[in-house]
Structure formats: C-alpha cells, structure tokens
Design a protein around this ligand. Sequence first.
Ligand code: NDP
Length: 297
Amino acid sequence: MTADRIDGKAFAEGLRERIAAGVAPFLAATGRRPGLAVVLVGDDPASQVYVGSKHKATVEAGMLSFEHRLAAETPEADLIALVERLNADESVDGILVQLPLPKHMRESAVIEAIDPDKDVDGFHIVNAGRLATGLPGLVPCTPLGCMMMLEDRLGRDLSGKSAVVIGRSNIVGKPMAQLLLAANATVTVAHSRTADLPAVVRAADIVVAAVGRAEMVRGDWLKPGAVVIDVGINRIAAPERGEGKTRLVGDVAYAEALETASAVTPVPGGVGPMTIAVLLRNTLVAAHRRAGLPAPE
Ligand code: NDP
C-alpha cells in the first residue's frame, strides 16, 4: 500500500482563494478592508523572510498590510507602546509580533499586551483559555492548519479515533491536542519523557509530529492506515546534492511512512504552506467579529 500525499500547498491555495473571496463582502458591509499589522524587531534573516511572505500574502488576499520594523535594541516598553497603539487603531484587525524577540525582551509580556481579539497568532493566554474551555477565540495558525487538513481527510467528527500528538509546546503541541479533543478524538500527548514512544504511536489512528527531530518517527512505528501530519521542519546535510548542500525533512521518515500510513503530509509542501493561509483566515475572522458580523468558517 502506498499512502496518499496530502498536498498542503494546493490546500493552502484553496484556502487563500476562499479568504480573498471573503474580503469583498466585508468591504461592501463595512467600507473598509481587513488589516493585519506585523511587527518585526531586529534583523533575524529567517524572521525577515517570514514577515516578507506574510506581507505579500496579505496584500494578495486584498487585505491591508501594516509593517512595523524596529531596531534590535528597541526597549521593551517601546514595543509594548506600539502594540497598544495598534490595539487602539480601528483599521487594524490582527496584530502579529514576529518571534523570537531579542533577548532583552520578555515574549510573554509582549504577547499579553496584544488585544486578545486582535491576537491572530492565538498565543495570548486568553485565547489559550478560550480554546481549552471551548469558547470562540483565535487559534494558533499551525495547529489549526493541521486540523483543517485532518478534517478534509476524516471529517469533522473524530469520535472513536485515537490521536497522538508528539510535542507539547504552547504554539503547536498543546493547541493541537485541544483541537483534536474538541473534535472528539481520544488524545494522547507524548513528549521527551514519554516511555516507549513507538508503542504509543502504534496505537494511534492519527499522528501529529511536532518535535523538531529529523525523521524520528519511523514507518514501523505507525499503525497501518494511520493519517500522519508532520509539523517538523529540520535542515539536514544532503551530500548527494553536492558538497555543503542541505535539505529540509520533517519529524517523520516520509518514504517509510508512505508504506504504512493511509495519508502523510510531506516536508516541505505539507503543513508549512498552511500556516500563512490560516493567519489570513484568522485576520478575516477577527475583522468580522470586531465589526459585529458573522465570522466566515
Ligand atoms: P518545541 O521545541 O517548542 O517543542 C518540541 C517538543 O518536542 C517538546 O514538547 C519536546 O518535549 C518534544 N520532544 C523533543 N524531543 C523529543 C523526543 N526525543 N521524543 C518525544 N518528544 C520530544 O518545538 P515547536 O513545538 O515550536 O516546533 C516543533 C517542530 O515544528 C519544529 O521542527 C518546528 O520547526 C516546527 N514548526 C513548524 C511550523 C510550520 O509552519 N510548519 C510552525 C511551528 C513549528 P519536552 O516538552 O519534554 O521538552
């Protein structure tokens, strides 16, 4: 058996088209476009690439993009003052502060300064609490993107299905587990202290790997027919491509997983492209809620 490759790129393109189609009715109803403010502190090259991609995608979806670039040595109080101005700015529906922040800043203090109803990354404790208690809020983009791909494959109700999430970070593992639980899956959260991880994974119909260890999950760890979502992004040496060359792999040994699973997300081209698409979705949802309009799905 060879599993299906879940095409995250195509899925994300479809989502972005639906979001772009949702902007016109919002504009007609409110006279303005949804706006996303992205704040970048310092000149981390990876963060610059992410912020550039977010800006491009926001504009392509027909939304307003506000970029704020601050010097690495900016005091934390100045960043929080900017966040507060954006909280009060009626044209801004979503605020994203690109992480990581320079060492002298407390990420938690900055995130908690964001108005939870504009917190399109979904990292504010109010949004974590809303997710945990089943209230409408804003959900972190990567796990929500994973959930959308799972729903597409398995439907919205995961009653009777067992799921394992490997990883318990606040930005991926924990919210992923909450989403699966809300969809009625029976959820196990595994982490670095879990005993006999292969046996835990082998019991699962759904596997979400969010660890950051190249190809850790082997094909023979998987239950035949499992659906596998690989969140991990790991850069490894690729001498076959030439000296000093590298390539990206996930947390799952992809070729092995294809032999046992029923569907697997590739890396790259799986979860990654969904993250920005869901950011746009969260911005559109936040804009509707702030305008008192029913939020799109
Ligand atoms: P973190 O480093 O915050 O968390 C990693 C988790 O994996 C921890 O809970 C850790 O356990 C667990 N872990 C580490 N080693 C093992 C092990 N040997 N066995 C079992 N569990 C282990 O990472 P993130 O959640 O932020 O990210 C995870 C991966 O997803 C990374 O590769 C990251 O690059 C990628 N990512 C991809 C995104 C995308 O858009 N596709 C977005 C965000 C992340 P413990 O808690 O015990 O330390």
